[in-house]
Design a protein around this ligand. Structure first.
Ligand SMILES: Cc1cn([C@H]2C[C@H](O)[C@@H](COP(=O)(O)OP(=O)(O)O[C@H]3O[C@@H](C)C(=O)[C@@H](O)[C@H]3O)O2)c(=O)[nH]c1=O
Length: 183
């Protein structure tokens, strides 16, 4: 039986991953990252950084974030405590799905993740208090290459499940899709 099930989303290259659990009376075992399987899906090289966030209030939005080339990165995003609505936006101008979004609920209970290629912006909204996310990144954080999109851009029309409870000042000032350069 496979340990990880990679499922194609409507956006080419963007995958939802189900982390299968082998349970017994103690709890469960599950594989979290598989270099061979992910390389087959396009993940370049190893894991440069692994980051952990806590977001306290339900309705909080973080994102939409990406890194400009040549620091473009793949991300593997998982929610290990709580539940979030996780969204990726296709920024690849040559893509048939440029400007389109895909969103799914990531949760500790579902044991799923989003595998996000270079060329996508990423963000999420917390659906419960005290959500903890783990990110694996293919490229190290490059502050000068930080890019972002307004998560409330009407052109994106992301269907956030809850009223917006909080955003960072930086996120609230991010440009709209039609103001982006690159990709
Ligand atoms: C992303 C990042 C931030 N920081 C610093 C910058 C700042 O002082 C503090 C908080 O940063 P931010 O507000 O950007 O954190 P946050 O909004 O949680 O950023 C994250 O958002 C989600 C949606 C993603 O997709 C992630 O890749 C990442 O960009 O941490 C690092 O030191 N290393 C990092 O890799």
């Amino acid at each position: 039986m496979a340990d990880l099930v990679l499922m194609q989303t409507p956006l080419a290259g963007l995958l939802e991953v189900e982390r299968l659990r082998k349970g017994d009376h103690r709890g469960f075992f599950s594989r979290f990252f598989d270099a061979t399987a992910f390389a087959g899906a396009g993940w370049p090289g190893g894991v440069a950084q692994m980051n952990h966030t806590l977001t306290q209030a339900p309705g909080t939005i973080r994102g939409m974030h990406f890194q400009h080339r040549p620091y473009g990165e793949w991300k593997y995003v998982s929610c290990l405590t709580g539940e979030v609505y996780d969204v990726a936006v296709d920024l690849r101008r040559a893509s048939a799905t440029y400007g389109q979004c895909f969103g799914t609920v990531l949760s500790a209970r579902k044991g799923n993740s989003l595998l996000i290629p270079d060329g996508f912006a990423h963000g999420f909204q917390t659906l419960e208090p005290d959500c903890e996310l783990i990110y694996l990144h293919s490229v190290a954080y490059a502050p000068d290459a930080e890019g972002g999109l307004d998560a409330l851009d009407p052109d994106l029309a992301i269907d956030w499940p809850l009223p917006v409870a909080a955003r960072s000042p930086r996120d609230a000032a991010l440009p709209r899709l039609n103001q982006q350069t690159g990709y």
